[in-house]
Design a protein around this ligand. Structure first.
Ligand code: ADP
Ligand code: MG
Length: 323
């Protein structure tokens, strides 16, 4: 059984200039215990997709959803908000990039972890404390009891992110969504946090959706990759196939922007001219055509569907055969 399944999800925001569709026709599946990556340049809709799964946006004022999202065969978009709260945290947890603003500065680490434990497991405060210390250990934190007594400002950036992960783990989620969890951290700490997430994926058999724009990280950690461009999936494949034989020109360009051994990293996407268009100016035809070196007539007329090119590999490109 699939743990999570999106069918033709679309998320539209109400803005001053009318509705803007940030994500369109998104379909993919995640199995229990699987680690998948969602990659793409900033602004392509990665966070919107995952925040939609958790229904974190104001549905009265801000968003309208289309399509379907299933979690263990339950229709998420149809659930009453109380039921949704049980799923958030209890079943699906999310770790964000910015741990400092996600933690509450006036509460200790213990307060913040036990809040979630007690909410979901109904433990006594003492048992919750033991559990909290255990979660900190799981998150690779030494001297957990000392850390429990501290406030967020007393912790380093890496330590705060570990605390966020401990909070996420406290409710024993079946799925962890990690939204660029290491972005604000320095490189060695990034590697440690990624190791930690991988380790938890394997030890706890917890499925992970890793959002990142760093393909180098993906190569080491995930089994399957979804590549997004301008609100749509343009390629989906097992990691090895994606790296060995990318089937979409956008993925090709992303792969070329992986840092070299010397650590050099082009800060703009190698070989891609132009920049990501605005959502209000989505090109006719293939969304990537204006930046694509292979674009020809049909590409500018009709947006290609995401179709299988092999049994395990999908691409949204009219010219995939020439790549
Ligand atoms: N609250 C919002 N209102 C209007 N547009 C939004 C809102 N949140 C995100 N968007 C738009 O949705 C698109 C995708 O954003 P996002 O998912 O955050 O990108 P990323 O892939 O970097 O996570 C962007 O164009 C962004 O401007
Ligand atoms: Mg984002």
């Amino acid at each position: 059984m699939e743990l999570l399944e999106l069918r033709e999800l679309s998320t539209s925001f109400k803005t001053e200039r009318g509705m803007v569709k940030a994500v369109e026709g998104l379909s993919f599946q995640v199995k229990g215990g699987e680690c998948i990556a969602l990659v793409g340049e900033s602004g392509c809709g990665k966070s919107v997709t995952m925040q939609s799964v958790l229904r974190l946006y104001d549905e009265k004022k801000l968003v309208t959803y289309g399509g379907e999202i299933y979690y263990r065969n339950r229709d998420i978009l149809g659930l009453p908000i109380q039921e949704m709260r049980k799923i958030r945290g209890g079943e699906i947890a999310m770790v964000f990039q910015d741990a400092l603003s996600s933690l509450d500065p006036v509460f200790t680490v213990e307060d913040q972890i036990t809040e979630s434990i007690r909410l979901h497991q109904g433990l006594s405060s003492r048992a919750a404390r033991e559990e909290a210390a255990e979660m900190l250990r799981f998150a690779g934190i030494n001297e957990p009891y000392r850390r429990l007594a501290q406030y967020p400002f007393e912790l380093s950036g890496g330590m705060r992110q570990r605390v966020m992960i401990a909070i996420a783990l406290a409710c024993k989620p079946a799925l962890l969504i990690a939204d660029e969890p290491t972005n604000s951290l320095d490189v060695t700490i990034q590697a440690q946090i990624m190791d930690l997430i991988l380790n938890l994926n394997q030890k706890l058999n917890m499925a992970v959706i890793l959002i990142t724009h760093d393909l180098a990280i993906v190569a080491e950690t995930c089994s399957r990759v979804l590549v997004m461009y301008l609100g749509q999936i343009v390629e989906e494949a097992p990691v090895r196939d994606l790296f060995a034989h990318p089937r979409h020109p956008y993925t090709l360009a992303l792969l070329k922007s992986i840092p070299t051994i010397t650590g050099e990293r082009p800060d703009r996407l190698y070989s891609i001219k132009g920049s990501v268009p605005l959502l209000s100016q989505i090109p006719r035809g293939c969304r990537f055509a204006p930046r694509c070196p292979h674009a020809e007539g049909q590409c500018r007329k009709e947006n290609p569907p995401l179709v299988p090119v092999t049994e395990i590999h999908k691409s949204r490109c009219w010219r995939t055969a020439i790549l």
